[in-house]
Design a protein around this ligand. Structure first.
Ligand code: BGC
Length: 811
């Protein structure tokens, strides 16, 4: 069942009922000011850091769900309603929500009054803009009241939700004209305030929640709306809000628009006040003046549209399969940009108060956005590398505001160092900007320890090469990619963190997954060395890689698939002798992507085992059989009920690894089958089962062992976005940036007769047309650039600004 449809021309998902299975959200903003907004206008705003600079409040576990946001109330006689249905839940005569690229438009109609609520964050400014257009479609005039309403957060979202003995006394506001200023803590150390404004003078306002809602009222039945209007209340402590009241006489056929904004303003210390207790509003007033008219609003929206059109123009495919095209051209790339902006901080599943930026997460996210914003990818790589330790290991997380490593979690996740090579390699292949390797980057954020980035990569490689266990496989440490496989943790007490309990350096437990990574990204490092003329180093690396590869094929091999690990007792994890957890997806994907066992046939066998043992109709589960009881020696993975999260859930992040692995072996039909099973546009029809947004990936879909098989969770902020983009653009469609040029080597279903791709690469545009006359899955018979044959399949780098035509004939 569907709850809407894709509008491919406008690049929108149009939701046609407010009662989606879960709130379906969008992200507004792509620089410093962000807003999450749901299809019923729920959500919240923050400036840069979702914990420390939260502008509006949101209660994740609220009942009903999603009742804080950017709500507009309409009072039409006795009928009170919202164009987005929440929070009054008054039944609407018509409803739609269009989530587009960086904007959302909600429209509701009731009793011949229609209200259109447009929202976006303008480029280069720290505010959210809203336009509310009210139209009277009745035959008679209407007397209406309109109220916008939002609830301020007292900045630090964590404190805001816990430190009530203080918070209930600190709230402060100023109301002036058509603006409401939220200035809690501005009297002391803060140099910033928030402002809510309208472009018209309201009839009245409220800034105290108690006054607008009523002490025992609720957003579904606000006192001021139901009874006699706003009371010009001024909040002192308790809960500051912004609410305004507009009285409107609307003739038949007439429309009126109201412009609102929510801004974040910083003032230098010396310019904080204009009089004792009166804040300096000059910057806020300038902001309001920038968006005071419909024409200004429209111009800012047009600028936003231009920004996204340009950003997504670097990779465009036309395959004849509209679902595939819309995923690749719009939604998958859009999600990659959102994960770049948010990492794992703020979604409807991530509260914005928890972890900072993940070292491994950020490196992987980069794989999905480096082609769109290479300059910001460069900066990100340098930030990440600065949180590496001198021995090559790394802080597992760092804080975006300070860019400092997070001591609470520390290091010891032994896959982290190799992801830095993965990210840097992707950047080099995309940009050819070798100068990044000469950039001086601190270790442990300590400038006195700075070394060129190349030295960071070297130490990443060396760290793994020198931390091997008794089988010659890399030691796992606290965990590898699978944060929940904690082989050195042994946690017995509830509440202990699986990630930081126990020693970080287990001397025994090994990971076959990291072995695969070491072979894959170690080779990438070796290529970099060769490119730089470091032949001796490259040869030494190749030796170390060969030894680990041999260990993976030997101790890491179980007979029909790759084992997962050896635990702290030296017992196999992910082998046929295990009672549960006999086969895991991760080493099959990573080892085969690395080419391990390709010649011996083990790679093909491993993938066959995945198909036989892990496949389900909704995607590939992470392991089988699921763990049915807690196992001290395995940690968090066995803490989840069977079928959820890492315990045999369909972890969408590593499904594309199997896509890439299948493509590595030339299996185009199977690669595409795996791709399609989790790709949102292809599962739109089962939205009642999947429940999360049908336009973006979720981190996890409940596996076959779960009662809610097929249900998605943790939508939006997941490495799935980057990896699926990589799997479809590079592995299946086969357009691969290389150190020396662009390779086109598709691996597609035999039934696909061809496709075209427009790819921006190092400043030139490659118009690629692929023909598959013989219906093969893999193989390039001929490749022509501007009509001339290119023998080795790699298109040399073209001059910036040029457009070249590339013809690829498969066979
Ligand atoms: C984390 C990743 C991790 C994955 C699997 C995600 O929640 O962000 O870093 O690799 O879970 O455990």
């Amino acid at each position: 069942m569907r709850y809407g449809y894709f509008d491919d021309v406008r690049r929108e998902y149009v939701i046609t009922t407010p009662q989606t299975p879960l709130p379906w959200i969008n992200y507004l903003g792509s620089q410093d000011f962000f807003t999450l907004v749901s299809n019923t206008a729920g959500g919240y705003s923050f400036y840069r850091d979702a914990r420390l600079r939260r502008l509006t409040r949101y209660r994740y576990n609220n009942c009903p769900l999603d009742s804080e946001g950017f709500h507009i109330y309409i009072k039409d006689g006795d009928c009170v309603w919202n164009p987005g249905w929440q929070p009054t839940q008054t039944a609407l005569d018509r409803y739609s929500c269009r989530h587009g690229l960086g904007y959302t438009v909600i429209e509701g109609e009731k009793n011949a009054v229609s209200v259109r609520q447009e929202m976006f964050v303008p480029q280069g400014d720290n505010c959210l803009l809203l336009r509310v257009t009210v139209s009277n479609q009745a035959d008679a005039a209407k007397s209406l009241r309109l109220f916008p309403y939002l609830e301020f957060c007292l900045w630090d979202a964590m404190d805001d939700g816990s430190n009530f003995q203080r918070n209930f006394s600190t709230g402060e506001v100023e109301a002036a004209g058509a603006a409401i200023y939220h200035k809690t803590e501005y009297r002391e150390r803060r140099d910033h305030y928030a402002v809510f404004w309208s472009n018209r003078e309201p009839a009245a306002f409220d800034t105290a929640r108690e006054s607008f809602i009523g002490v025992y009222g609720s957003p579904a039945r606000p006192r001021a709306v139901l009874e006699d209007g706003c009371a010009n209340s001024v909040a002192h402590g308790w809960q500051p809000i912004a609410a305004q009241q507009f009285d409107l006489e609307l003739q038949p056929g007439r429309s009126e628009s109201f412009l609102f904004g929510l801004g974040y303003i910083e003032n230098p210390q010396s310019e904080k006040w204009v009089a004792p207790g009166v804040i300096n509003k000059a910057r806020a007033e300038a902001m309001m003046a920038r968006y005071a008219t419909d024409a200004q609003f429209d111009a800012a929206m047009e600028m936003l549209a231009g920004f996204w059109a340009e950003l997504l123009s670097g990779f465009k495919v036309s395959t004849g399969d509209e679902k595939l095209d819309r995923m690749v051209n719009t939604w998958n790339q859009y999600q990659c940009m959102v994960t770049f902006n948010m990492s794992r901080s703020a979604s409807y599943f991530e509260s914005g108060m928890g972890r900072g930026m993940g070292f491994r997460d950020s490196c992987q996210d980069l794989l999905g956005f480096v082609h769109m914003i290479p300059e910001r990818a460069r900066e990100r790589i340098l930030d990440i590398a600065a949180t590496q330790f001198p021995d090559g290991s790394a802080y597992h997380q760092y804080q975006p505001l300070t860019k400092k490593g997070n001591l609470d979690v520390g290091s010891g996740f032994n896959d982290d160092p190799l992801w830095l090579i993965a990210g840097a390699d992707a950047y080099l292949r995309e940009t050819g900007d070798w100068s990044i390797l000469d950039e001086s980057v601190p270790f442990d954020n300590d400038a006195s320890l700075a070394q060129p980035l190349m030295e960071h990569l070297r130490r990443s490689f060396t760290y793994t090469a020198t931390h091997l266990g008794s089988h010659g496989l890399p030691l796992i440490g606290r965990a590898d990619w699978n944060d929940c496989l904690n082989l050195n943790c042994f946690s017995e007490r509830p509440g202990e963190s699986f990630q930081i309990t126990g020693p970080s350096e287990g001397p025994v437990a090994e990971s076959v997954f990291i072995a695969g990574m070491f072979v894959k990204y170690g080779r990438a490092y070796t290529d970099i060395c060769r490119h730089l003329g470091l032949t001796r180093e490259a040869e030494a690396c190749e030796k170390a890689i060969a030894a680990v590869e041999a260990a993976a094929l030997d101790a890491g091999w179980d007979g029909a698939w790759f084992r997962r690990a050896f635990d702290a007792y030296g017992n196999v994890v992910g082998g046929k002798e295990c009672e549960e957890g006999q086969i895991f997806i991760e080493p099959q994907g990573m080892c085969v992507m690395a080419g391990i066992g390709k010649e011996s046939g083990q790679a093909a066998k491993a993938l066959k085992s995945v198909e036989e043992r892990l496949d389900t109709k909704y995607g590939i589960v992470l392991l089988q059989p699921a763990y049915t009881r807690y196992r001290l020696e395995l940690g968090e993975i066995s803490s989840y009920p069977p079928g959820y999260k890492e315990n045999a859930g369909i972890f969408c992040h590593n499904n594309p690894w199997i896509v890439c692995a299948e493509a590595e072996l030339g299996h185009g039909d199977r690669a595409f089958q795996v791709y399609r099973r989790t790709a949102p546009a292809y599962i739109e029809e089962i939205s009642e089962i999947h429940r999360t947004e049908p336009y973006v990936y979720s981190q996890m879909i409940a596996g076959k062992d779960a009662p809610s098989f097929g249900e998605g969770k943790n939508s939006w902020l997941t490495g799935t976005a980057a990896w699926t983009f990589l799997s479809i653009s590079q592995a299946i469609l086969g357009v691969k940036p290389c150190l020396d040029g662009l390779r086109v080597d598709p691996c597609i279903p035999a039934s696909m007769k061809g496709f075209t791709v427009s790819r921006r690469f190092r400043g030139a545009v490659y118009q690629i047309s692929v023909e598959n006359p013989d219906g093969v899955q893999r193989g390039v018979k001929a490749l022509y650039v501007n009509g001339d044959p290119v023998p080795d399949g790699v298109i040399p780098v073209q001059s910036a600004g040029s457009t070249v035509s590339v013809r690829v004939v498969m066979g």
